[in-house]
Design a protein around this ligand. Sequence first.
Ligand SMILES: Nc1ncnc2c1ncn2[C@@H]1O[C@H](COP(=O)(O)OP(=O)(O)OP(=O)(O)O)[C@@H](O)[C@H]1O
Ligand SMILES: [Mg+2]
Length: 208
Amino acid sequence: MATNITWHEGAVSLTERQSLLGQKGFTIWFTGLSASGKSTLATALEQTLLHSGISAYRLDGDNIRFGLNKNLGFGPDDRTENIRRISEVAKLFADATTIAVTSFISPYRQDRESARQLHEAAGIPFVEVYADAPLEVVEQRDPKGLYKKAKAGEIKEFTGISAPYEAPEKPEIHIKTHEVSVEQGVQQIIDYLVSKELVSADKLVKRA
Ligand SMILES: Nc1ncnc2c1ncn2[C@@H]1O[C@H](COP(=O)(O)OP(=O)(O)OP(=O)(O)O)[C@@H](O)[C@H]1O
Ligand SMILES: [Mg+2]
């Protein structure tokens, strides 16, 4: 633990930064089983936002484990540390007035709650999106062949098979990916963001 450290305040407040840059920064936090559609939806959402001239940036589970979190595994403590670091990084992106779009299984309710609290304490909105599909469906999709390996005992502590998934109780957005298309899922998110004035409808309409 570092001691003798002092926070150095910037010269530009969060609201001034947002008004100078003409958009709000916040975090969209996807959670759900592997193959529930987090990365697919996050990628399509990021594209829609960028094509509308709105700054957005994805932080994706596997990608982050190639770099920042390459020293972490999948046991409970490492999963918690994984999410803690991502929460901090997402908050930094959001504070810098970008829309941080995270896609991590983030199976523990308490970890997601900590991510939310970290954002809310800094006055940064946190939008939890539950990418939801039944286990039978995600096992069937299995785009990376992970469920097959997990069931064969080749992957230990695999969420949904040999590790728990705690579904969100009150996510801001609940997308049933076995019932709607990717485009409909993205639209559900966009509609929410516009209704909460987190993105400007004008920008989306102009570039659509
Ligand atoms: N409505 C939908 N929304 C999202 N994905 C869908 C939908 N319908 C089918 N799919 C398919 O489901 C799969 C979801 O895989 P994806 O990699 O996005 O999952 P993930 O939640 O990011 O998994 P992981 O936690 O392993 O990274 C893809 O093959 C995608 O094409
Ligand atoms: Mg993914």
